[in-house]
Design a protein around this ligand. Structure first.
Ligand SMILES: CC(C)(COP(=O)(O)OP(=O)(O)OC[C@H]1O[C@@H](n2cnc3c(N)ncnc32)[C@H](O)[C@@H]1OP(=O)(O)O)[C@@H](O)C(=O)NCCC(=O)NCCS
Length: 400
């Protein structure tokens, strides 16, 4: 006899006091493990990597140092940093097979989709791809952190019919990326802005893409599969791709005098989401957005032109939004609101912005994979069944 389930048949989901199912939609506020990698204090605009505030790391550190800190758990000594930076430099070149692949990927494929494919292919070419030991993961992580910028820069050069520019081992991670991308040495200000962006995007707790990588690693699948999954999750408009859509939204507004009308029509009346605003964890201003905003302003003043026009729109939009109902609902700018402006000032086309996020977040993904599988348990949540059971199977010819 067809029937609905009784609550006790899914007792693991039922609150014994209310008799109602406990459902954490979107896995909100569920802790899947303990961590020492980072902490977000979402009520007081604070973010710490391994206990160090993001403001201090932004001001005093470099991407290489932050990557070391996140992966190994402590700030490196001079020797440790030199060794680590050296390994990254040695690993920047990509195999010819991957260069050929980049030539064969249609130029209209989104850079994030290209990156997903290229990272997967790099995995195919790695004989140690199935090695999930700690050393094996460190080796592969250095390979990916070093090679992903080369993949992105080469794809851009190929897509725009320019010669590829090989990595230069004399340059830092940030300088080298801009050098390969544009074919010329970046200014000090631009290299610093790139380095800052790599630090700000490197890690952010158990966000959707990090969770994806950890879910995949928890099945004891391979490291490359986990990272490919992370890239796929990051590409979503509600996650990393918001930095692309925030910039498209500023362009759609067009000029600063149109901001208020656009906001009223789109956000207040049509209830569209304001891209680059809102966060699952921050119920206060995202500290990274504040840092990105300051640098974007500096660069906009320096570069002028279109960058300044977009900066004026973004700044006005923030002002209008912070006086609206969004602020009452604790919806503030997040890291993706101003990061695109920084990239625009660095001369990077908008469709590449999410890949720049990935180049950096691969560090956080790796740190969490390493930490989680150290004491692994497969991630396997439940879902509450509200359908029927014991239905009679009707042969197809009798279904009408
Ligand atoms: C990041 C984000 C997905 C978090 O989502 P979440 O924690 O699940 O929050 P919800 O989607 O449940 O939203 C809660 C409420 O705030 C509103 N809200 C959240 N973000 C909003 C935004 N950017 N613009 C307008 N309203 C927003 C929702 O409409 C919802 O309103 P309701 O309660 O009246 O229905 C969400 O804020 C968002 O879509 N932001 C825009 C995309 C973005 O910038 N992503 C990058 C994040 S770093």
């Amino acid at each position: 006899m067809v029937r609905k389930l009784k609550p006790e048949e899914q007792h693991w989901c039922i609150d014994p006091e209310t008799g109602e199912p406990i459902i954490n939609k979107g896995v909100a506020n569920v802790c899947i493990d303990k961590t020492t990698i980072s902490f977000i204090d979402g009520y007081h605009s604070k973010l710490y990597y391994r206990g160090y505030s993001i403001e201090d790391l932004a001001k005093y550190s470099t991407f290489e140092e932050v990557a070391y800190l996140l992966l190994y758990g402590h700030l490196p000594t001079k020797k440790e940093l030199d060794d680590f930076s050296g390994w990254l430099k040695e690993n920047r070149e990509i195999p010819d097979e991957v260069v050929d692949l980049l030539f064969n990927i249609p130029p209209d494929i989104e850079p994030m989709e290209m990156l997903r494919t290229a990272v997967s292919y790099l995995g195919n070419l790695d004989p140690g791809r199935h090695d999930l030991s700690r050393d094996g993961i460190f080796r592969k992580a250095i390979r990916l952190i070093a090679k992903m910028p080369t993949i992105v820069a080469y794809f851009y050069r190929i897509k725009t019919n320019q010669d590829i520019v090989e990595p230069d081992p004399r340059l830092t991670h940030a300088e080298n990326f801009l050098y390969m991308f544009h074919g010329k040495m970046p200014s000090k200000l631009h290299a610093e802005a790139m380095d800052l962006s790599l630090k700000l995007y490197a890690e952010h707790g158990m966000n959707a893409s990090t969770f994806t990588t950890v879910v995949i690693a928890s099945t004891l699948s391979d490291y490359y599969s986990a990272i490919v999954g992370g890239i796929g999750a990051l590409r979503g408009p509600l996650h990393g791709y918001a930095n692309v859509l925030a910039m498209k939204q500023f362009e759609e507004i067009g000029s600063v005098d149109k901001v208020e009308k656009w906001f009223k029509e789109n956000i207040e009346t049509r209830k569209k989401r304001l891209m680059g605003f809102g966060h699952r964890v921050y119920k206060s201003y995202d500290p990274r957005a504040r840092i990105y905003g300051e640098v974007a302003k500096k660069l906009a003043d320096e570069v002028g032109g279109d960058v300044k026009r977009i900066w004026d729109i973004a700044f006005k939009l923030e002002e209008v939004a912070l006086k609206s109902k969004l602020a009452e609902k604790k919806i503030f700018p997040n890291t993706d609101f101003y990061s695109g402006l920084v990239y625009m000032a660095l001369g990077i086309p908008v469709d590449f912005y999410c890949t720049l996020f990935a180049l950096s977040r691969v560090v956080g993904w790796t740190a969490h994979i390493l930490e989680y599988i150290e004491n692994n348990r497969i991630i396997r949540p439940r879902i509450f069944y509200v359908g029927e059971v014991d239905k009679e199977y009707i042969p197809i010819e009798k279904r009408g």
